[in-house]
Design a protein around this ligand. Structure first.
Ligand SMILES: Nc1ncnc2c1ncn2[C@@H]1O[C@H](COP(=O)(O)OP(=O)(O)OP(=O)(O)O)[C@@H](O)[C@H]1O
Ligand SMILES: [Mg+2]
Length: 268
């Protein structure tokens, strides 16, 4: 099993590359558990599945109906944890061909904080990962922009239970995206004893080989970031995004060919 996390500065291509990775595994006959950890959820659109409920919605529901604490200070009762988990499995988990998707989303504006969503999602995901018949070949995680997710427990749980193999930080060639990469790496360095795997840069939408060479050199020498490869800008992706289309069946995507090569070079 491989566990891949897509992180980085806002708008660099995390969700696009995460969706294409799910497609890559699917075309190899593998099933991915796909986690959309961005409160501003978009992954479902690229994976062409309808989103009805998120973990955030369930947190709202159990808080209102069952009076569940938003962020319990004591361990949650087994029956409450079971109930929450059953709602996530029934209403949030979307099963599709080649992948299942769980979207964290956000709670209602009354709650005004993402912490409860991460808290309860952690509980549910932990239970999925503990299950002895976990049916997934791989796990693909699409993060929110920046570093917000890293101090929370949810990635630690995944690292603890199954181990993260790669944290990809998507770079768009800007200094800001490299700065974010450094911040992410700092957060990961704090996770002593947890398996966060290899932290690699993936450069997206820089097509000129000369520019690629400059960025690769600069990322390595000034930031100590190793760039695993380059995914070229792709007119098919731009058009599809404008039309609100998915990315699973589109043919002739050179970005997909580039990403495939990178994933293959890592033995995935
Ligand atoms: N290789 C590419 N070629 C062309 N367009 C791309 C490519 N990668 C991403 N895009 C486009 O760039 C925009 C941002 O991509 P995406 O939503 O994947 O970024 P993100 O990092 O997930 O953003 P956010 O931080 O908002 O979650 C989208 O419109 C997407 O279609
Ligand atoms: Mg995104």
């Amino acid at each position: 099993m491989a566990v891949l996390v897509f992180s980085g500065k806002g708008g660099t291509g995390k969700t696009t590359l995460a969706a294409l990775t799910v497609r890559y595994f699917y075309e190899k006959g593998k099933v991915s558990l796909t986690l959309d950890m961005d409160p501003d959820a978009h992954l479902f659109k690229l994976l062409e599945v309808p989103l009805e409920q998120t973990v955030g919605n369930i947190v709202d529901r159990v808080h209102k109906e069952k009076n569940f604490e938003l962020e319990p200070r004591k361990p949650v009762d087994v029956s409450d944890a079971e109930y929450f988990y059953s709602l996530v499995m029934r209403d949030v988990l979307i099963e599709s061909e080649g992948f299942d998707l769980i979207t964290l989303g956000k709670p209602s504006s009354e709650i005004d904080c993402y912490c409860p969503v991460f808290y309860w999602a952690d509980l549910a995901i932990s239970k999925i990962l503990r299950s002895y018949k976990m049916p997934y070949d791989h796990i693909v995680v699409d993060c929110d922009p920046g570093t917000e997710i890293f101090p929370r427990r949810i990635l630690d749980t995944i690292a603890e239970k199954v181990g993260i193999d790669y944290v990809f930080i998507i770079i768009d060639g800007s200094r800001m995206s490299l700065d974010t990469a450094i911040e992410i790496r700092k957060e990961i360095k704090k996770k002593e004893g947890l398996r966060f795997g290899e932290v690699l840069g993936l450069c997206n939408r820089i097509d000129d080989p000369k520019m690629q060479a400059i960025i690769k050199e600069f990322a390595a020498s000034e930031y100590g970031i190793n760039i695993a490869g380059f995914v070229r800008s792709d007119i098919g992706i731009i058009e599809g995004a404008l039309k609100g289309e998915g990315i699973l069946k589109k043919t002739g995507l050179r970005a997909f060919e580039d990403l495939k090569k990178i994933l293959q070079s890592l033995g995935l």
